[in-house]
Every structure is written in C-alpha cells, then in structure tokens.
Design a protein around this ligand. Structure first.
Ligand SMILES: C[C@H](N)C(=O)N[C@@H](CCC(=O)O)C(=O)O
Ligand SMILES: [Mg+2]
Length: 363
C-alpha cells in the first residue's frame, strides 16, 4: 500500500469550561489534522494542537514543517516500510514535535489498517480499556472544590489539580479539595513549572505533614531546572513526575541517570510521535521507572493514539492522563475509541478505527 497524498484540515472543539494552567488558558481544542491517503482508498488520520508555550509549535509552524519538510518524506512511500517512514519523518526537520506527532499518528493508523488490526495489537496487545484522571483547572479555591466534586459525580476517581500560581494559595487549594473529596479520589498535582525548588519542598512538606496523601506532583519547577527537580525529588515523600523537562528519549535517559524524578510523563506532542514515545517507554522499563501517558488540550484523534500506546505498554505506563476529550462539549470524531468520562475503550476496528470527522475545515 503506497501513500499517495497528504492533506491537512483544522478541527475545533469547544471546551465545557476554560482550561487554566500556570502556563496558559484555553477555551477550545484547535487541532491540525493530517489525512494520509493510500492508493487503495484508505485514509490514515493524525492530529496535534498548537502548544507554543510548551513545545514552541504553532499552527503556522506545523503547517510549514509538514507541507515543506515532512510530506515529501512520506508521499510515495510504502506503508509496510514503517521504520524507514518514521526515520524520514524524524530526520526531515529538527524539533517541531507536534508536526511530527500528527504525521506519525496518521502513519501508524494507516500501517495498522494495512495489517487489518487495531493499532494497540501491533504495538504489543493488552486489555483495550483504561481509565483516565480529570484535570481541575487552577482557579479560586471555591471553584476548584466545586469542580472536583462535579468530577467525582461524573465518575472520576483520580483528579489532576493544576497549581503553580501562588504557593500559599496553592497549599490551601489542595487542602480544601482534599477535605471535600476525602478518599473518593486520588490526587495528582501539576504546578506546570510554577514553583521554585525550595517552594515546592515547602508546599509538599506542608501537605504531607497535614496528612494529605498525594499520588504524585508533576513538573514543580522550570523545565530546564533538572537540578531543581532532583532537589525536590530527594526531599519529599510524594513521587515527583517530570513533564516539560522530558520531551524525547535523550532527556528521559539523562533524567533517569541523574535520578531527578520518579516518574516520566510521556506525550506524543513532546516526543514527536509514537516512535520516540516507545523508546522512552523502553528506557523507563529498563531502569524500573514508571510512566504516565499524558496529552495536551487536543482532539480525540491524537488522544486515541496515546490510548493505544498506553494499552500496549501497560507494563510501564501505570498512570493515564488522557482527559482532553472529556473536557470538550462533544467529540467530533466518529468511530474508534470511546471516551466515556473516566473510561476509555478502544475498538477492535483496524488502525485507530476513525470513520468520520465532523466539522473538519479543509486547508
Ligand atoms: C490535558 C492534560 N490533562 C494536561 O494537563 N496536559 C498538560 C497541559 C496541556 C495544555 O496546556 O495543552 C500538562 O501539563 O500535563
Ligand atoms: Mg503537566
């Protein structure tokens, strides 16, 4: 099966409520969608959002990277030559992880369709049902407590609390949510780089001493501050997870060797797609380090690919933060993966199983 064309589209999906972190506020998912057309009429779908303040990618940079650099490495290639195709995508241009992720996802979708199997089976198999946490945006204490209780009513039993604005209010935010939620949900904190290392240790000690048990704390310090990350990891009982500090396998290996964090958050946009995400999973497994699979504020196309990876690599991906579709009003994608509040169910349709995308604007 040969790839004969690559087309792009834009997909917009409004959120139920604004998504607020220490880094940005988002009102709607806006993904660049990649459609790879094969000579037998099949289409492979991939997507990624713009995450300028996290990865540096914008919709404009993604379009340029794909149209000018990546597409020529893909069009005309045989889908069965997967390794060659992925090498071409990764070598086409430096960085531009979101663009590479969108194309790699489409390639994997088409590749699995070619072998008439759901993607997760070809990546390693597993049980095609996983459960995600839900993100609670950083806001006033009252709003965050109300959002946490609503999430529990929706069936979520793990909450990821966004912090990183003001350390003393952050401590109060977590204590208030913990008091309201009790043992009905496990709590994960994500400061999105908003604290200094010393502030993080102070906040976590305050919470630990108050009897607040946390599943993990994610990216407490600046992305480049690996010494700071290790400083926190060495001093707190709560497991520390690296997110913005680890994009690809090289950073993962360096972080593991320096013992700078306990857990690694893998995201397809950061790693530039599934090939490097699998390498991170392998490195982590080799060193006995657990991973979370995460997502950006993005559509269910990219999140479905991440879910297939999570199912196939459940040996090392022990936590799931794939809540973006559950934060949207509707899912514009028909077929394939079902996102039903906390439960994510993969279908046994070939590839990602996507049948149709509503409201897709052709570019
Ligand atoms: C959506 C997911 N739960 C999440 O929080 N992802 C990121 C931020 C996503 C974004 O800004 O688009 C994270 O920091 O973990
Ligand atoms: Mg994070």
């Amino acid at each position: 099966m040969k790839i004969v064309d690559l087309r792009l589209g834009m997909l917009r999906a409004p959120l139920r409520t604004p998504f607020k972190t220490a880094l940005r506020t988002v009102n709607a998912v806006e993904d660049l969608v990649v459609m790879l057309h094969a000579d037998d009429g099949r289409i492979g779908y991939g997507s990624a959002p713009a995450t300028a303040v996290i990865t540096g990618d914008t919709h404009g940079s993604m379009r340029e990277a794909i149209a000018r650099y990546i597409a020529p490495r893909v069009i005309g290639q045989d889908i069965a030559d997967l390794r060659h195709l992925l090498g071409g995508i990764q070598g086409a241009i430096e960085r531009n992880g979101n663009a590479k992720a969108a194309v790699e996802i489409a390639v994997h979708d088409l590749w699995a369709q070619h072998y008439d199997a759901p993607l997760y089976r070809l990546l390693g198999g597993g049980t095609p049902v996983i459960r995600t946490d839900l993100t609670i945006s950083v806001d006033t204490i009252e709003t965050m407590v109300a959002d946490a209780l609503t999430a529990i009513d929706r069936g979520f039993d793990a909450l990821k609390i966004k912090l990183g604005k003001d350390i003393d209010v952050d401590i109060e935010r977590v204590r208030a949510i913990h008091d309201a939620v009790g043992d009905r949900a496990s709590l994960r904190l994500d400061a999105n780089q908003g604290w200094s290392a010393k502030e993080a240790v102070r906040a976590l000690h305050a919470l630990e001493n108050a009897g607040v048990r946390l599943d993990l704390v994610e990216q407490p310090v600046k992305a480049h501050d690996i010494d700071g990350l290790r400083y926190v990891t060495e001093r707190v009982a709560t497991p520390v997870m690296a997110d913005e500090s680890v994009f690809g396998p090289r950073e993962a290996l360096a972080l593991i060797q320096r013992r700078a964090a306990d857990i690694i958050n893998i995201k397809l946009t950061k790693s530039g797609g599934l090939s490097n995400a699998l390498r991170i999973a392998d490195l982590a497994a080799l060193h006995g380090v657990e991973c979370m699979i995460g997502c950006m504020l993005e559509s269910s196309i990219g999140v479905a690919a991440a879910a297939h990876l999570a199912v196939a690599r459940a040996d090392v991906i022990t936590r799931v933060d794939l809540d973006a579709p559950s934060l949207c009003v509707d899912d514009p994608v028909d077929g394939g993966t079902r996102f039903d509040a906390s439960t994510i169910t993969l279908s046994d349709a070939p590839g990602l199983g996507i049948r149709r995308i509503h409201g897709l604007e052709a570019l």
